[in-house]
Design a protein around this ligand. Structure first.
Ligand code: FO1
Length: 325
């Protein structure tokens, strides 16, 4: 049952969603189905960006773009549905063993982004052009146009670039520390600053707190804008039953001795949250804790279908309404 996505949501004011990879992109899609473009701004993580074969690749931004365009590969969440691997096969012909699955149609995105960056266009402007080409009217803003790279210190292989850790090593190495190179010098874009200043609702989407949300929060001034917000800030937990639905979030946070319980997430987001959305299977975590129950929405957070995404987004927005002054 798809709720009437447009009914009575304008009272929410402007909504800003912080998004990383696949899980967060699903909720961003649900929010975009509920809110018109002028009411929603998505701020995307750029810490996963890297150079490969001379191409500038922005995996999390592309995952959000393709998801909003309803073109994402439903099996993986990233890349384009139905894409082919002719280019990868040709690399094999030359003796390469490509470890990062660049699809043939996906390649067009990386070629244009790389070319436009070389021409001096900002990543923000480039994302806008790519989204327009995909027919997406909602706004996705890289948190910064400056270099910012998530790097992972591991016990087995020392420091790894993000994609080496995540894809090449399938996030199996033991993480001892995560760093965000360039963060201290990165500037949030004017568009991001304006969106956060105008936000009545800020939603941290169910992305990996350390690998996808933190690289947004570490950009100077972002935490302060959220702390001094005039509206409401909530997060949707990426965990169900102390497990991540996909990816390394639970394993990684365990290795970093970070508690992924409801209380642990409130603590992790160090006072930025007015509320936390968790899956109903984690109900017992807050049972009896009236204080936490006041700040916790328990619902189905697993999003398998488009309807799930639209419903969860709508529930988050309706729930936020109760916090609003
Ligand atoms: N993730 C993988 O696990 N394996 C891949 O081969 C892979 C290729 C890929 C290509 C384009 C793209 O936009 C994303 C891709 N991802 C792949 C996901 C990527 O590693 C993201 O960083 C994760 O989604 C984490 O956010």
């Amino acid at each position: 049952m798809v709720l009437d996505p447009r009914s009575k949501l304008d009272h929410h004011g402007k909504v800003v969603a912080l998004v990383g990879g696949v899980g967060g992109a699903k909720l961003a899609y649900g929010l975009a189905k509920n809110l018109p473009p002028e009411q929603l701004t998505i701020i995307g993580n750029v810490g996963d960006d890297f150079q490969l074969y001379g191409l500038h690749i922005s995996p999390d931004l592309d995952t959000v773009m393709y998801t909003l365009a309803e073109l994402a590969n439903p099996a993986t969440g990233w890349g384009l549905a139905g894409d082919t691997r002719q280019m990868l096969d040709m690399l094999h012909t030359y003796g390469e063993t490509p470890w990062f699955g660049l699809g043939d149609r996906d390649l067009a995105t990386h070629l244009l982004r790389t070319q436009w960056l070389r021409e001096g266009q900002s990543l923000t402007a480039i994302v806008g052009r790519l989204l327009a080409g995909l027919g997406v009217k909602h706004r996705l803003l890289p948190v910064t146009d400056d270099p910012l790279a998530t790097v992972v210190d591991t016990a087995e292989h020392g420091t790894l670039a993000f994609q080496d850790y995540f894809v090449r090593h399938q996030w199996q190495p033991t993480v001892t520390r995560v760093r965000y190179q360039g963060a201290e010098d990165a500037q949030m874009t004017d568009q991001v600053a304006a969106a956060l200043d105008a936000a009545a609702t800020i939603i941290m989407c169910p992305s990996n707190p350390v690998l996808s949300i933190e690289p947004i929060l570490v950009v100077p001034g972002i935490r302060e804008k959220i702390t001094n917000r005039r509206g409401v800030c909530i997060a949707v937990s990426p965990f169900v039953g102390q497990q991540a639905l996909k990816g390394p979030a639970a394993k990684l946070m365990g290795e970093l001795n970070l508690d992924i319980s409801v209380q642990g997430l409130f603590t992790y987001y160090d006072g930025l949250l007015d509320g936390l959305v968790i899956d109903e299977t984690d109900r017992e975590q807050v049972a009896g804790l009236a204080e936490q129950e006041k700040f916790t929405l328990m619902t189905q957070t697993i999003m398998n279908t488009p309807d799930d995404k639209v419903r969860l987004a709508r529930e988050c927005l309706d729930w936020v309404g109760r916090f609003q002054p």
